[in-house]
Design a protein around this ligand. Structure first.
Ligand code: ADP
Ligand code: MG
Length: 375
């Protein structure tokens, strides 16, 4: 059991400067001013595109990388200078690093035996952990005989067998195919509920983070963008990056210019006649001629069927079985929407749109920061 806290953590790799031909700038840093706190027993997801500093963050927590500046605490003990072995951490990375000549049992036993644990205790520990992540049937097999999913299970079992206070998982599902990912995802979730070990998972896959974690930390270019529950980051993205990163199909993000008329404010779009009413809760935040980015998820673009709004032509229609995706041309942009399975369209059909006003997001055109409306 452990609570972990990072305070203003920076990481700059020693060779970063050379890569940039001696130019020293903040971009040298793989992680910049990172602060967050994970409660005891929580399941945290660190999410972001490749290269954003996820693994660096995890490796600093594990003690495998020195931090350049800032502080880290586990249960209020500053761990900056603590050796990895003294941090009580279990680690599982995407490559399994199992010892090929050893059976699964001996792989699991390896670190316990290294600590001179008596054989009877070793067996007890393996008997306890093996069923949690379904490796109990694999104990006599060699790693070479295991599937990718089975190897990853053994990898995780090995990380939790010493009952660490903190479990760190770096892209543990990334080598697995779709069905296996889903199965193992559910098993990791169940295992976390049983062992109640504070867990941090690093992933570039938003579905993985959304389904596993209680709290998600979204990073970009080494900087924390937002920390919140899956619902918070989905419903109230702090900025345009988070808005576009979370959700599948992705949120529509359209540059828009506000026009004021007698009937209130409208979103207008360059090169298009389409006008959509701005939800009233934003009336205090917008002004005539203001440029902003409109964010609306495909599920929140609604077909009204009545001719109260501006007509728009269908440009793309895709059939996904239980969901249809429709692309609407809006000037130089595409607005995507999803409809129920029993609605059919053809290219060129005219539709009438409105946006679900409670689910419309506005972002500052320059900074990308969310513009708040009244509730
Ligand atoms: P992620 O896990 O999110 O894909 P990483 O933490 O691995 O990202 O990398 C963050 C940044 O740090 C990247 O720009 C990467 O090139 C750089 N980086 C990672 N490891 C090293 C290293 N050992 N030496 C120099 N730069 C590194
Ligand atoms: Mg990584």
């Amino acid at each position: 059991m452990a609570q972990i806290r990072l305070q203003g953590v920076y990481k700059r790799y020693d060779n970063a400067e050379k890569k940039l031909f001696g130019k020293k700038k903040l971009n040298d840093f793989a992680v910049k001013d990172l602060s967050f706190e994970c409660a005891d027993k929580s399941f945290i997801g660190i999410l972001g595109p490749s290269g954003c500093g996820k693994s660096t963050t995890l490796r600093m927590i594990a003690g495998l990388e020195q931090i350049t500046d800032g502080s880290m605490f586990i249960d209020d003990v500053r761990i900056n200078n603590l050796l990895p072995k003294d941090r009580n951490i279990g680690l599982a990375f995407e490559d399994y690093a199992l010892y090929p000549p050893l059976s699964v049992y001996d792989n699991l036993a390896f670190n316990l035996r290294a600590k001179k644990m008596p054989e009877a205790e070793v067996k007890k520990a393996i008997d306890k952990v093996a069923p949690l992540i379904k490796v109990d049937e694999l104990l006599n097999m060699k790693p070479s005989a295991l599937s990718g999913g089975q190897k990853q299970r053994v990898n995780i079992a090995r990380a939790i067998i010493r009952q660490p206070g903190l479990l760190l998982l770096d892209e543990p599902l990334s080598h697995l195919d779709g069905k296996m990912r889903q199965t193992l995802r559910q098993e990791i979730k169940r295992m976390h509920r049983e062992i109640e070990c504070t867990t941090i998972i690093v992933t570039h896959d938003q579905i993985e983070a959304m389904s596993l974690a209680d709290v998600i930390i979204i990073m970009k270019d080494g900087v924390l963008q937002q920390m919140g529950t899956p619902l918070e980051v989905y419903d109230s993205p702090a900025n345009e990056f988070v808005a576009g990163f979370i959700g599948e199909p992705p949120m529509n993000l359209l540059p828009s210019i506000i026009a004021k008329t007698q009937d209130g404010f409208f979103f207008t779009f360059a090169g298009s006649d389409l006008r959509v009413k701005v939800p009233e809760r934003y009336n205090g935040a917008v002004s005539d001629g203001m440029k902003l980015t409109l964010g609306v998820r495909p599920v929140d673009v609604l077909l009204t069927g009545k001719q109260s709004s501006t007509p728009a032509p269908v440009s793309i229609y895709e059939n996904f079985g239980d969901e249809r995706r429709v692309g609407i041309r809006v000037g130089e942009y595409h607005l995507n929407l999803t409809t129920a399975a029993d609605v059919f369209f053809h290219r060129g059909d005219i539709v009438y749109l409105e946006f679900n006003s409670q689910k419309t997001h506005l972002f500052n055109a320059e900074t990308g920061a969310a513009i708040k409306g009244t509730q």
